[in-house]
Design a protein around this ligand. Structure first.
Ligand SMILES: *Cc1c(COP(=O)(O)O)cnc(C)c1O
Length: 384
């Protein structure tokens, strides 16, 4: 029986927190401390502990976190930073905002994360850093990337915007995202696994000197007041967002568990239609790593995959089932990066995956009945 399914419903898992959040916001109004302050300090402590990093610095957004990370590493005009092309725009634009050059690497066929072999090929004497993105809630291949970065004396900035709580398997065991690179960047945009009610972000690092520098950068390089040591930005986070995040943080593990349960359920439900694997690639299952499933994407593998993907999206939409395309193009194809002269198909995996991928609903509170409706509709589409 087909029931309508929203692509994302943020109200379900947070409904029970509404009253306490309102109360907390009221306490901020009464306190008169609106920017940074004790709520933000509490958030930073919680985040650092959660990620297994020594320091966390909250900031105004994930995009500004990426910019601040590159500022802290003294990125200079002409410096190259290797980034995946299959990611959200901010991963690359942060590089350009400082005069650096984003060098786009392709992704792996199975994980859809940056391909370490292509990273290695693209290192030059101008390369300063690599920004792996832990896409859709799955850690990039940090084992290989760390090896490559060490061999070439490069920094790693982890773009962990979609992956809070995800873990990679390194030689000495599991590590949470944000604790493995020189700096980790997080976003608290409402659609992320830990979302606030506005914009917000954070950085993590194990290096106390970098933590101090990030704190300076966040406040116009000013310390003490009106003495500016370095050029910074206004990257501060406000206390309202601190309240929301501190109220939500204790529930993050439960919400992550729900996302993992939903992902397992998708695998089980799709397994009842074995013929679907002639048409669809499913995401990799989680192994010893820890995937936090910010998105659950499938990829059409038929010839004319692009056209079929779009028809599948329309078919689902007709049945009031939400889906979304992350991302319809590689960044190397975007108009603003044409000056970098990438042929669209020069990153072949990115090119194909962006044409053929479709994200299905996954969020805490999604019911089994809704998931069955999604899977039945997908299977119906391909049985015609
Ligand atoms: C959301 C996101 C960002 C940007 O975060 P904002 O808080 O929206 O600025 C950066 N990188 C990736 C991969 C993201 O998904």
């Amino acid at each position: 029986m087909a029931v309508p399914v929203p692509f994302l419903d943020l109200s379900r898992h947070t409904a029970s927190l509404k009253d306490s959040i309102k109360e907390g916001l009221g306490s901020v109004v009464d306190s008169g401390i609106f920017v940074l302050g004790p709520e933000i300090a509490k958030l930073e402590k919680t985040l650092a502990d959660y990620c297994g990093a020594a320091h966390a610095i909250a900031c105004s957004s994930g995009s500004e976190a990426l910019l601040m990370a590159l500022m802290a590493l003294d990125l200079k005009p002409g410096d190259e930073v290797i980034v995946p092309s299959f990611t959200f725009f901010a991963t690359a634009s942060a590089v350009v905002r400082l005069g650096g050059i984003p060098v786009f690497a392709d992704i792996c066929k199975d994980s859809w994360n940056i391909d370490p072999n292509d990273v290695e090929r693209k290192i030059t004497k101008h390369t300063k850093a690599i920004i792996p993105v832990h896409l859709f809630g799955r850690a990039a291949d940090m084992n290989r990337l760390t090896e490559i970065a060490q061999a070439h004396n490069l920094h790693i900035i982890e773009d962990a915007a979609q992956a809070i709580g995800a873990e990679a398997v390194l030689a000495d065991g599991n590590h949470r995202v944000g604790s493995m690179g020189t700096i980790g960047c997080f976003s608290f945009y409402p659609t992320k696994n830990l979302g606030t009610m506005g914009d917000g972000g954070a950085l993590t690092t194990n290096d106390p000197a970098i933590a101090e520098k990030l704190d300076l950068i966040r406040g116009h390089g000013m310390k003490p007041r009106y003495f500016h040591k370095i050029i910074g930005i206004n990257g501060r986070l406000d206390a309202f967002q601190g309240i929301v995040l501190n109220q939500k943080f204790p529930h993050l593990e439960d919400w992550t568990f729900q996302r993992q349960q939903i992902a397992r359920q998708y695998f089980d439900l799709f397994a009842a239609y074995p013929k679907l694997s002639d048409h669809l690639q499913f995401p990799m299952k989680s192994g010893k790593d820890r995937v936090v499933w910010n998105q659950f994407c499938v990829r059409v593998t038929d010839p004319q995959e692009g056209e079929i993907r779009d028809r599948l999206g329309a078919f689902l939409s007709d049945r009031k089932i939400g889906s979304a395309i992350y991302y319809p193009f590689g960044l190397h194809e975007q108009e603003c990066f044409r000056c970098l002269n990438y042929e669209p198909k020069s990153l072949p995996v990115t090119y194909r995956v962006s044409r053929s991928i479709l994200a299905l609903p996954i969020f805490p509170g999604l019911t089994k009945e809704e998931q069955e409706s999604v899977v039945e509709a997908v299977s119906e589409f391909f049985s015609n």
